[in-house]
Design a protein around this ligand. Structure first.
Ligand code: DAH
Length: 343
């Protein structure tokens, strides 16, 4: 066999031996047998190189180097393969990098609402719900808001064009006027219609107003309504509940202040502010509250001589904004992942 042929045979036989070696010791034997510096088969071939005819020497030398490299590389590769942990049945290689699953997260407002429920639950309030498509009766009439009150202005509410004639209680002429609720106070009425006193509920949900949208206003936002009615419920209890709630959500450094105000469904009424800095130089309104007006209690069949109650309505976004330093209410609905991933 000519030298080129011998080199080819050497290569083929070495590769087969390498593949046949199943552990380090066997592989080392193969290495010595084929590449060993003193008595390896390649060494024998090397000593024959000198016998090649002069004009073939470059070709044979080149082939020799090729074969040497191939076999050396294959040996190294086999060594690395053998060093890897055995694949478990099913072909799972535990040394491979894992696949990163991107885990979703809850919307910051959903997180806030969950925490609100948790805190008010500890204060003894259960959760009630009501429809977002309301009728005028629950949104206004039953809340002692007179028919000519500016809050009913069509420009300040989303009235629905599909008003239908119905049998429900109405303000107008036998028509049920439907609208997107402008406040969660509607749920106070729905709960009291269904339940005799005492009641102690919160209701958290969306409300709708056609406000011009900017950094602090949106046409849809969230409120938490609270209602506690029973024997001897007082304004002092209202203030304690609101203060405890705000401290639980915002931390001990927040200050809460109450300002006299007016709402048709409470008497007396207050507006509630929270401090925006430690010194109390900046304040933000967080909602309204007060003692449930006797007219409201009468509208749902409660006896104002027997029970009293307090109610409050708080802006959910405002709390979330203060706690997390959010600078624009529109972030909550823009669905920008860079914003959402921070929560
Ligand atoms: N519903 C009022 C609003 O949206 C807030 C409010 C004020 C709710 C006083 C109440 C309350 O329950 O007692 O502006």
């Amino acid at each position: 066999m000519d030298l080129i042929g011998q080199l080819g045979a050497f290569e083929a036989s070495a590769r087969e031996a390498i593949r046949g070696a199943t552990d380090d010791t066997a592989l080392e034997k193969v290495r010595i047998e084929y590449l060993g510096a003193r008595s390896g088969k390649l060494k024998d071939l090397q000593s024959l190189l000198g016998t090649a005819p002069k004009e073939l020497k470059p070709v044979v030398g080149k082939r020799f180097n090729e074969v040497k490299n191939t076999v050396t590389t294959e040996l190294d590769e086999r060594k690395r393969t053998l060093a890897r942990p055995k694949l478990a049945a099913g072909g799972l290689d535990v040394t491979l990098p894992g696949v990163a699953f991107s885990v979703g997260r809850r919307h910051p407002l959903s997180q806030t609402i969950a925490e609100f429920k948790d805190i008010t639950g500890r204060l003894g309030f259960t959760v009630a719900t009501g429809p977002e498509i309301e009728d005028e009766y629950h949104n206004f009439d039953a809340l002692n808001i007179p028919y000519d009150h500016p809050a009913r202005d069509p420009l300040d509410n989303f009235y629905l064009a599909t008003a239908e004639v119905g049998t429900e209680k109405t303000s107008g002429q036998g028509k049920v006027i439907r609208m997107m609720r402008s406040q969660t106070s509607t749920v106070q009425i729905r709960v009291m219609e269904q339940t005799p006193p005492p009641v102690r509920i919160v209701s958290i949900g969306r409300v709708y107003r056609p406000d011009a949208i900017d950094a602090t206003h949106h046409c849809m936002f969230h409120q938490m309504e609270g209602l506690m009615v029973g024997d001897g419920v007082t304004m002092a209890q209202l203030k304690t509940v609101l203060r405890s709630f705000a401290l639980a959500y915002l931390g001990r450094d927040v200050q809460i202040r109450f300002r006299p105000s007016f709402f048709p469904f409470t008497e007396p009424s207050v507006e509630v502010d929270m401090s925006m800095d430690a010194a109390g130089t900046r304040w933000m309104e967080i909602g309204g509250a007060g003692m449930v007006d006797p007219n409201v209690l009468k509208a749902v069949g409660y006896d104002p001589e027997q029970v009293t109650g307090f109610a409050f309505g708080l802006g959910v976004e405002r709390f979330c904004i203060r706690r997390h330093g959010v600078d624009d209410i529109r972030h909550f609905t823009n669905n920008d992942l860079r914003f959402l991933r921070q929560f």
